[in-house]
Structures are given as structure tokens and as C-alpha cells.
Design a binder for this molecule. Structure first.
Ligand code: IMP
Length: 198
């Protein structure tokens, strides 16, 4: 079973591919189906943005498409950066500049609870929409640790592991991450709807 992954984020592509491959589902990148599409994320919720991305890629490719819209929600910041995680501190920042901006903002904060959230939306050419959500709880470290993953991974201590998300192997991250949880919930829904033909 083949789905186009509606994202240009290389970190997301490799994680989504691995998680789906474990369930014998093939995820192909937009580039692999000859699609150069950057969908503007104008929604105000994870769901709206995931739907925008999945629908655009499904329409352009004629294939079922899976989008992930995700982000980091920090309790002490009232849930920020949330849906605006990828542009927090400014569009042009690199991943390390962006998490440095977050650490600076939280410099004197003792309450550091946070979670990653992921909303997965899959749209099919027949119009069917399936969505699922996942979360991963933890806290914001005072300094970065580790070199794996992407985005805010080095500053996110994963609850119950003693490790930052960037210190986990790709397999360990997929087992505990918001994206892993959301994609596994999505595959269960596919199975229930009888759409799971390996
Ligand atoms: P979007 O879903 O394309 O809007 O981007 C989500 C943003 O949230 C990413 O650019 C990262 O900054 C952050 N993010 C989402 N998932 C992860 C993750 O697994 N690790 C680290 N950062 C993440």
C-alpha cells in the first residue's frame, strides 16, 4: 500500500517512512512522485494545516496522501509555540537558533513541562479522510543534549527515559514520539476500515 508523504521536512519524511514500513506500508516523498509543492500553512489548528497539506498533495498527485502537522506545546508559555513551532522566533532561524530562542525565553522558568503533539491526516482520491493524533510528554531542558532527530529534539527531555529526544536512536524516538503514536493510531483506523491491504 502506497501513500505520498505530504511534507518537505526531511526529518519527518524519514521518521514517517520508518514508522509506516514497520506496518508494511510504503511512504513515498513528494519528490519521488515528481511533485514540487510547498503548501502554505494558513490554518490556526494542527488539524486545519494537516488537512490543507494532505488535500493539496492528494489532488496534485492523484494518490492517497498523509500529512503530519505537529509542534511543541510548553505549559509555562500557555501552549506556545504550538501550531507556530516551525516559525517561532522568526521564519529564517535554523533549528539550533530556534531552540536557543526558546531556552532564552524560559531562562528563569522553573516550570518546564511540555509536550509534542502530532495530528495525522490522510486523504484519498475518493474523498475519504482519516485522522489521528499522538502526544509525547516531557520537559524543556536548560541546555541542548544529543545530535539526533530535528527541530526541538535536543532541548526536550522525554518523560521516563532520562534522555533528550535527540539522544534517542531513530527506533527509540519512533517508539515514544507523538508522530509514532499518531501514525500507529492511523494504521489501526485503516485496519478497522478494511483498507489495510499489504
Ligand atoms: P509543521 O508541522 O510543518 O508546521 O512543523 C512542525 C514544527 O514543530 C517543526 O518544524 C519543529 O520545529 C517542531 N516539531 C514537530 N515535530 C518535532 C519533532 O519530532 N522533534 C522536534 N521538533 C518537532
Amino acid at each position: 500500500m502506497k501513500f505520498v508523504l505530504a511534507t518537505a521536512n526531511k526529518g519527518k519524511i524519514s521518521e514517517m517512512r520508518e514508522i509506516l514500513a514497520a506496518r508494511s506500508i510504503e511512504g513515498v516523498s513528494q519528490a519521488e512522485v515528481g511533485l514540487a509543492l510547498e503548501v502554505e500553512e494558513i490554518g490556526t489548528t494542527f488539524m486545519e494545516n494537516a488537512l490543507l497539506k494532505a488535500q493539496a498533495v492528494c489532488a496534485a498527485s492523484g494518490l492517497p496522501a498523509i500529512a503530519d502537522d505537529s509542534g511543541l506545546m510548553v505549559d509555562a508559555l500557555g501552549g506556545e509555540p504550538g501550531v507556530y513551532s516551525s516559525s517561532f522566533g522568526g521564519e529564517a532561524l535554523s533549528d539550533s537558533e530556534r531552540y536557543a530562542y526558546l531556552l532564552k525565553k524560559m531562562e528563569n522558568m522553573e516550570q518546564r513541562d511540555a509536550k509534542f503533539v502530532s495530528t495525522i491526516v490522510c486523504t484519498s482520491p475518493d474523498g475519504e479522510i482519516i485522522s489521528a493524533e499522538g502526544e509525547c510528554h516531557g520537559e524543556i531542558l536548560h541546555a541542548p543534549r544529543g545530535s539526533g532527530g530535528f527541530g526541538y529534539d535536543p532541548v526536550f527531555l522525554v518523560k521516563g527515559t532520562g534522555k533528550s529526544m535527540a539522544e534517542l536512536s531513530p527506533e527509540e524516538k519512533n517508539a515514544v514520539s507523538h508522530r509514532g503514536a499518531a501514525l500507529r493510531a492511523f494504521v489501526s483506523l485503516l485496519e478497522k476500515r478494511g483498507k489495510y491491504d499489504k
